[in-house]
Design a protein around this ligand. Structure first.
Ligand SMILES: [Zn+2]
Length: 630
């Protein structure tokens, strides 16, 4: 049975545009620079790269000024004994809530200065926009977001500590206890994922370390991720202008490759290159995007070991080579804003849990259906009940719209019977109802105010096929969802020796080609019957024809006996027309319409007649003769 719903084609770009328009509170228009400057005027690092001391001082201010939604959490100490912090942003911030959690970190690699900027700006916006921007308010209320802009402070300080004149391209941490005199371990080669294939040369700037998680910095991150059950992870790097998805250690596709590509496509569609909206980040695996695979990396480990969404931004910066790690300060805000909306989006969809990488885990659990519910004027219907029902199992879930008319259902909450990808669902709210199926991605938007969706069911009786919008349908009955007002063109095509006998059900017609307007559920049957033929029998002269059987129409191939019966003094001569014969009794096979004529002639007694004529002629001749002689 085919079950498809055209509504799933609602592209996620709808969602993006919705988010993009709401994220700013006021839209951040590229041309409206003054507005952007006004919005960002309080961001402390818009003109400069912070030192670790400045950054940490700002953490303290932020938490002090926003105690209700921020908390400073100690991840641990670096190799050189520096503190590594993450800032938690959430409502009820000091409680562990049953909300999806997100971790974003910068500067795993010391020289990638744009990464602490992007993370700090994101943190600043979340805190700053809480209460004034609806999307951010929702996010803070419904997520636990952890931002750690600086997870390799030793390396960052060694590499200039925000002073571009002092930068020298240091990438690793500052572990000075390696097997050679060479200092440092690459913190993105030290995770326990295909670590054995990472670089074992301590002299190399991609040295993997002495063992998986040999480094304090990676240990702290790992421990934190596991202890918090992080659902969505972002490890920010620079400067390829791409969004990396697992796997990075191999070019093989991960079990959730399709899903990751959907998701990364969605996220990067919200990006720009230095504010140029015509240019967007690319996405893909490391091999295809940056030209090589890398073992021992963070996102692969997080994805494989925890099932979290796990992504790595390689930020786009204006320069290539070493200069690309330290963009001129004038580009700081462009780079921050290029990916900001997409990071908000990543937190938005942190419900998504891809399990443990099990290939059979489709549909992904949980699947999310979300959308808005507005009244006829377009104003949000708040605090309105919605019910989701799995029509195959009968299990239901309830939800309510929030103050923006937004609702969402997490299919992971179907616990009694679970759900299957070919199950059929219904969402109901007040007098609105939508039936839908899910797809193999992670979710779909379903605005309750959209025109209704109607089910179209088509079946056939007899032998023939139906074309829908020009395409022959195999496998009846056929079911499909259509939006209200959609037109569906149907054409009945009988098999050979069969003919069309009309549409029945919710549309009745004798026409072979019809167009249905979907203004409700439709259940329509195309009826075919064996082809029938008419038999027309005429007579010439006096006589009649016995027809057995005698009917108006005959099924193709049926046999009919005809007997010609002449009246008295008449006789049968022959059959003419579509059957020619001189036999009085014939059998014809009805393979087409036939017209047959029986020809009768008056019977004539030839000898008597001739004699009578001769006698008459003799008598007349005699009379004439005697009159002449007499
Ligand atoms: Zn990096």
């Amino acid at each position: 049975m085919i079950r498809k719903l055209f509504v799933v084609a609602v592209t996620f770009s709808l969602l993006f545009s919705a988010i993009l328009t709401t994220v700013g509170g006021e839209a951040v228009d590229e041309e409206d620079v003054s507005l952007r400057e006004e919005i960002d005027s309080d961001y402390p690092f818009k003109d400069e790269y912070p030192s670790v001391e400045q950054l940490y001082g700002w953490y303290d201010e932020l938490v002090e000024e926003n105690p209700d939604i921020t908390e400073k959490i100690h991840l641990g100490e670096s190799w050189e004994g520096r503190d590594i912090w993450t800032i938690k942003i959430s409502d009820d911030v000091e409680e562990e809530q049953d909300e999806p959690s997100v971790l974003i970190n910068g500067n795993l690699h010391s020289r990638e200065w744009s990464t602490n900027q992007v993370a700090s700006y994101y943190l600043w916006r979340l805190v700053n926009d809480y209460g004034s921007n609806e999307t951010i308010t929702w996010l803070v209320n419904n997520r636990q977001i952890y931002v750690a802009p600086m997870v390799n402070p030793d390396g960052y300080i060694y590499d200039g500590n925000g002073d571009r004149s002092q930068a020298e391209g240091w990438r690793k941490n500052r572990n000075d206890s390696t097997p050679t005199d060479s200092v440092g371990v690459d913190l993105n080669r030290n995770w326990d994922i295909d670590w054995e294939n990472a670089n074992d040369d301590p002299e190399s700037y991609t040295y993997r370390g002495e063992a998986p998680f040999s480094e304090y910095e990676t240990q702290h991150l790992k421990d934190f991720i596991l202890s918090k059950g992080i659902d969505s992870y972002q490890d920010i790097h620079s400067h390829y202008g791409t969004l990396l998805i697992p796997w990075a250690y191999t070019s093989d596709a991960s079990p959730h490759d399709d899903l990751y590509r959907d998701l990364a496509g969605d996220m990067t569609s919200m990006t720009s290159y230095l504010g140029d909206d015509d240019e967007q980040y690319s996405y893909g695996q490391a091999e295809e995007e940056i030209g090589y695979s890398a073992s021992g990396g963070s996102i692969d480990w997080v994805y494989e070991k925890t099932g979290a969404i796990s992504l790595c931004y390689e930020l786009y910066t204006p320069d290539t080579g070493m200069a690309g790690f330290y963009p001129d300060e004038e580009y700081i805000m462009d780079i921050n804003l290029d990916v900001y909306d997409s990071l908000v989006y990543q937190a938005r969809i942190a419900d998504l849990d891809m399990g443990d990488g099990d290939e059979d885990l489709h549909p992904p659990s949980p699947y999310i259906v979300y959308g808005n519910f507005n009244d006829d004027e377009g104003d949000p219907l708040t605090n309105t009940n919605l019910t989701l029902e799995n029509l195959d199992t009968g299990e239901t879930l309830s939800s309510r719209t929030d103050q923006n008319g937004y609702y969402e259902f997490n299919f992971g909450n179907f616990v009694d019977n679970g759900y299957e990808i070919d199950d059929y669902f219904s969402i109901r709210a007040e007098d609105h109802s939508h039936n839908f199926t899910i797809d193999d991605s992670w979710g779909q938007r379903l605005d309750m105010n959209d025109p209704g969706y109607h089910q179209f069911t088509l079946d056939a009786e007899g032998e023939g096929t139906v074309e829908i919008d020009g395409e022959e349908i195999t496998g009846l009955p056929y079911e499909q969802g259509y939006m209200d007002g959609d037109e569906v063109g149907l054409k009945a095509v009988p098999d050979e020796d069969w003919e069309f006998d009309g549409w029945t059900g919710d549309h009745q017609s004798e026409e072979e080609e019809i167009t249905i307007t979907m203004d409700g559920n439709k259940d329509i049957t195309a009826n075919f019957e064996p082809e029938e033929h008419t038999l027309t029998v005429d007579t010439v002269g006096k006589g009649e024809v016995e027809i057995t059987p005698n009917k108006d129409e005959y099924e193709n191939g049926s046999e009919v006996d005809l007997t010609a019966v002449a009246e008295e003094d008449w006789e049968f001569v022959e059959w003419t027309g579509d059957h020619e014969s001189e036999e009085e009794e014939i059998t014809i096979t009805m393979d087409e319409n036939k017209t047959i004529t029986a020809v009768f002639e008056e019977e004539r007694d030839t000898p008597g007649f001739v004699l009578a004529v001769l006698v008459l002629a003799v008598v007349i001749s005699a009379v004439v003769y005697y009159k002449k002689e007499g």
